[in-house]
Design a protein around this ligand. Sequence first.
Ligand SMILES: [Cu+2]
Length: 156
Amino acid sequence: MKKLLAMLGMAALTAWINTASANEAALTVQGVARETLPGAGMSAAYLSLHNSAAAPRQLLRVELPGRVGASADLHTTVTDGGVIRMRPLAQLTIPADGNLAMAPGGIHLMLHGVQLRAGEALSLRLVFADGEALDVSVPVRRAGARPDKAEHHQHG
Ligand SMILES: [Cu+2]
């Protein structure tokens, strides 16, 4: 009986791992971060997320691994009485079999406490409502440079 329970436990664990990898494989991320201006310490990053799964994904937050004192906030841009303002977002939904594209003047990642130089890579950890996290690395470019689709890394 003990052996059977152990086997069932293994089966359950394997199933969970498979589900997790399938979910992660269903999500592709590309993006770019902007070089910080001298003395600024603030910047923005723009991600393009594609979800090929049959269920939507909820992105809760983005962390900056290895950067002490730095943070990333989900922001959107709204026009309020002719004034352009940024508003924090509690979460982002990547639709089932769909895309979510961040862009200047729209949804973006606001980066605080960072110093970024063009040519560097910025590591981001995307944390989802289902508890999964996805580590990606995006290139740092000067403002106005186009996102580079080739430089996407995904870690399990
Ligand atoms: Cu912002």
